[in-house]
Design a binder for this molecule. Structure first.
Ligand code: ADP
Length: 160
C-alpha cells in the first residue's frame, strides 16, 4: 500500500498531467497531487485557481487528493507518509533535468523514491508554457487542456 506524491506547477493543468494521474491512481493506493507555491516563480494562475482546477478535474477519482506546498516536496512527502515522488517524463531533456532533481531529492530524503512515468505518445508535446503562449496568440488549445482550463485561458488572454 504505497502512496505517491505528484508535484508540479500545473500552471495550468493539461491532459498530459491528467493522464499521469489517471494511470498512477491505478498503481498507488493514493495519489497526492501537490500544487507548488514557489515565491520566486511567476504564475499565470494563482495557487487557489490551480488548486480549484485540479480539484475539479480529479473529482471523479476517489483516491486522488489535491494539496498545496510551499516547502520542499520531500518534506511534504515525509509529513504525509508518501514513499514515492512521481514525475512525468516527455523527452530526453525532461529526463536529464528530472534525473538531477531526483538525485538532489534523494540527498534530502533518502527514504523517498522518485518514480518516472513516461508520457503517453498522445501527450508528449503538451507543455503548460507552450500552451499559454499559444493561448496568448488566440490559438485553439481545446485539444490540449480540459474545457474549464481552456475557458480560463480565454479569459486570461482576451483578444482585442
Ligand atoms: P514543474 O514546474 O514541477 O515541472 P509542471 O506542471 O510543468 O511542473 O509539471 C509537473 C509534472 O508533470 C512534471 O513531472 C512534468 O514532467 C510532468 N508533465 C508535464 N507535462 C506532461 C505531459 N504532457 N506528459 C507527461 N508528464 C507531463
Amino acid at each position: 500500500m504505497v502512496k505517491a506524491v505528484f508535484p508540479g506547477s500545473f500552471d495550468p493543468p493539461t491532459f498530459g498531467h491528467l493522464d499521469i494521474i489517471e494511470r498512477a491512481r491505478t498503481i498507488f493506493e493514493r495519489v497526492l497531487v501537490v500544487v507548488a507555491v514557489n515565491r520566486e516563480k511567476q504564475y499565470l494562475f494563482d495557487a487557489d485557481e490551480r488548486v480549484a482546477f485540479m480539484r475539479e478535474l480529479v473529482a471523479p477519482w476517489p483516491n486522488v487528493e489535491v494539496h498545496t506546498c510551499d516547502t520542499l516536496v520531500v518534506e511534504f512527502a515525509r509529513q504525509h507518509a508518501c514513499r514515492v515522488l512521481l514525475r512525468g517524463v516527455r523527452s530526453v531533456q525532461d529526463f536529464s533535468y528530472e534525473f538531477e532533481l531526483s538525485i538532489l531529492n534523494k540527498g534530502v530524503g533518502p527514504e523517498i523514491e522518485t518514480f518516472f512515468m513516461p508520457t503517453d505518445q498522445k501527450f508528449f508535446v503538451l507543455r503548460s508554457s507552450a500552451i499559454k503562449e499559444l493561448a496568448a496568440y488566440g490559438g485553439d488549445v481545446s485539444g490540449m487542456v480540459p474545457a474549464v482550463v481552456a475557458k480560463a485561458l480565454k479569459a486570461a488572454y482576451p483578444r482585442s
